[in-house]
Ligand binder design. Sequence first.
Ligand SMILES: [Zn+2]
Length: 98
Amino acid sequence: MSHRKIERLCIVCRKRKSKEELIRIVRTPEGLVRVDPLKKLPGRGAYICSNMECIDKLKRENSLNYALKTKVNKEEFIKIKKELENLLERGDVKGESL
Ligand SMILES: [Zn+2]
């Protein structure tokens, strides 16, 4: 009867949500940080709510650096944030079908 639900923590609001409500950001084995809308890329992942509120609140690199145990620079960070905003605008946030 228990339907297994995979929950992850949003790096901004620290709430647990199902993967469908989150966007994955990944640090690839090559050390690059990428937005991973299909949640398929290998590497260490971090999650953020797929809503403007949390994406707006992602203001500094620190939370990403902490979650991904890496160091993204300002430019990379701005690029990642832009990608997140674009994803939301396109409404192209797909959860993994379980
Ligand atoms: Zn959140």
